[in-house]
Design a protein around this ligand. Structure first.
Ligand code: ADP
Ligand code: MG
Length: 595
């Protein structure tokens, strides 16, 4: 009997490898852009078709010699390293030689490339991993790569893609991340032939931050710079007053490579600790420069995860530099505290220990990054769990007494919980959750009755935003309209806010919009309208609801109770948390051992 083990043909192994490198169109954009940057390009053009279904990247970099073109599509063929040790010296983005063959194995790639020294360029077409054509061609110096029919050879992969808007959003994220660390490179992006981003080369990072992330950032930036044991940190961070409700504006880089790293994020948050409210995040763009030998970038094919040789020192460098920049000496002696002795402010030292412990056991995955900071986004359930009449009044935590207005208000505890007494026992209401639910119901009712209640702004507010946010707002405009919020495109990178929901009239329109965008950043744009509506309404209600740690007056409490009574089954906030808890007398008796 012949053996059953066979060596897989290269077309198949490339397809398998492509699973790691090419997860979605945005991964292709990333690899092509990195190659262009590695080739020393100073001008890059990215043309996307809907949802990244076709991608073209044109650069004016060094180009590829005719004889190297077939090699560029061969697996493990790279011009960037020659020996294993080189991996620990490499300064380029690429070195594994996997991107082009992986991409070509799951799509059709058309390449045109020419080096300055060569009079003629080369044109090559590769389909599903097979070289179909290679010939001389006239073309400008540099490289142009067009990738189309993405995932055609592996249709199953297509099923994992999200809506066009979402995929396009991921592509824009990739471009934004790379452009932030390369201010001297001019970048133009078009989608479906329409220009969406045109960033000129600028002398420094702060200019590029304003251009890529919106002008709002400009006035809010604090420059930071620090050095420790040969590791350099440089970048910009936002003032503690300028926070966002998601961590999406935290851009961290190691040797200009964008990374998602638990340890680095933790160090940043340590500097802002006690200065910003819980679940608020700063905006930061920070670059670490480390000797290539002190960091391992070869942990993952997409290279988003890294390993540091001296994580402790890096943690201290970030926490120290940032806290000094925000307000000198917020964490006195942070650097020493992170040293081997472990002396210094106990809170800080234990934070570092905890972060390092987690760092060692984790693989630096995104899940841990979020889990560690406990900022897991609570998704609004499509339908807040309704409590049936029969359940009401039972001793479940979410039980609702017959009528909140009948209860006697006693006072507030922990700045957040309203205490009531009634015939059946004690009732506690979470003021924020309760108010949030009330506002959410109002919005839902207004939308149903098509009677939005908006407050027109005396002066419409123009806000400049990154392209993916503009695209989202234009799409979400009808839903926002149902809530009384009017936003319209103002051309280019700007939108104009003309009205905001009446119940939010006391808030600043710009901040409201930015918060809404952070809240909805993770939202899949392909969601059905109804679910999008629920999410947007939840975000607006949360923003408008009375915050924890605010004293509510007697009449305010009475008003809240009346409004709760008007909602059928008001047992949970739109996030799905209970808004009231009741402790029946029978429970109290048990607690005091009277029964
Ligand atoms: P890697 O970047 O890891 O070396 P790739 O598969 O991305 O592997 O690319 C293979 C090789 O093709 C590179 O090493 C480089 O020599 C060449 N190459 C790819 N894209 C370009 C480009 N835009 N300009 C110049 N050379 C390129
Ligand atoms: Mg590459």
């Amino acid at each position: 009997m012949s053996g059953r083990i066979v060596i897989l043909p290269e077309t198949l192994t490339n397809c398998i490898a492509a699973g790691e490198v090419v997860e979605r169109p945005a991964s292709i954009v990333k690899e092509l852009l990195e190659n262009a940057l590695d080739a020393g390009a100073t001008e890059i053009t990215v043309d996307l078709e809907k949802g990244g279904s076709s991608i073209r990247v044109i650069d004016n970099g060094e180009g590829i010699a005719r004889e190297d073109v077939p090699l560029a599509f061969a697996r493990y063929a790279t011009s960037k390293i020659g020996s294993f040790e080189d991996i620990y010296r490499v300064r380029s983005f690429g070195f594994r030689g996997e991107a082009l063959p992986s991409i070509a194995s799951i799509s059709r790639v058309e390449m045109a490339t020419r080096q300055t020294s060569s009079p003629a360029g080369t044109r090559a077409v590769v389909e599903a991993g097979e070289m179909k054509e290679i010939s001389d061609a006239g073309c400008p110096v540099g490289t142009s790569i067009q990738v189309s029919r993405i995932f055609e050879p592996v249709p199953v992969r297509r099923k994992f893609l999200k809506s066009d808007m979402t995929e396009q959003g991921y592509c824009m994220d990739v471009i934004t991340r790379l452009s932030l660390m390369h201010p001297a490179v001019k970048i133009r992006v078009s989608v479906g032939g329409r220009p969406v981003m045109n960033i000129p080369a600028v002398p420094d990072l702060s200019e590029r931050i304003a251009l890529t992330l919106g002008q709002d950032f400009r006035g809010q930036l604090i420059p930071v710079a620090g050095e420790r044991e040969g590791v350099r940190l440089k970048g910009f961070i936002s003032r503690p007053e300028f926070t966002r409700s998601g961590a999406t504006q935290m851009y961290l880089y190691v040797n200009r490579r964008f990374v998602k790293d638990y340890l680095l994020n933790h160090a940043v948050m340590t500097a802002y600790r006690r200065l910003i409210e819980a679940r608020r995040y700063p905006a930061v763009v920070l670059g670490l420069e480390i000797a290539p030998g002190d960091v391992d970038v070869n942990v993952h094919p997409a290279k988003m995860e890294v390993r540091f040789r001296n994580p402790r020192g890096i943690y201290a460098l970030i926490a120290d530099t940032l806290s000094n920049a925000i307000g000198v000496g917020l964490i006195p002696g942070a650097a020493e505290a992170a040293g081997v002795t472990g002396v210094g402010p106990s809170g800080y030292a234990s934070r570092v220990e905890e972060a390092l412990k987690r760092y060692r056991v984790s693989s630096g995955s995104e899940k841990l990054f979020f889990g560690g900071l406990s900022i897991i986004k609570r998704e609004a359930p499509v339908n807040p769990p309704a409590v049936s009449r029969e359940e009401i009044g039972k001793s479940e935590p979410s039980a609702k007494p017959c009528c909140f207005s009948d209860l006697l208000y006693i006072g507030q505890t922990a700045g957040t919980y309203l205490i009531f007494t009634g015939e059946e026992g004690v009732v506690l209401i979470d003021q924020h959750a309760a108010h949030e639910r009330v506002l959410f119901e109002k919005l839902r009712k207004q939308a149903q009755e098509e009677k939005p209640v908006g407050q027109r702004l005396l002066l419409p507010e123009v806000v400049s935003l990154p392209p993916r946010d503009i695209a989202f707002l234009i799409e979400a405009a009808p839903v926002l309209g149902e809530a009384g919020m009017e936003v319209e495109s103002f051309g280019g990178d700007s939108i104009v806010i003309k009205a905001i929901p009446a119940f939010l009239s006391h808030t600043e329109a710009r901040m409201l919009l930015l918060d809404l965008l952070s809240e909805c950043a993770e939202m899949d744009r392909g969601l059905p309208l109804q679910e999008k509506r629920e999410k947007i309404f939840t975000a607006l209600a949360c923003r408008g609801a009375v915050k924890a740690n605010r004293n509510m007056s007697g009449p305010e409490v009475a008003g809240l109770c009346r409004e709760l009574d008007a909602i059928p089954h008001a047992a949970t906030c739109p996030h799905g948390r209970p808004l009231a808890v009741s402790i029946p007398v029978t429970e109290l008796e048990k607690m005091f051992r009277r029964r």
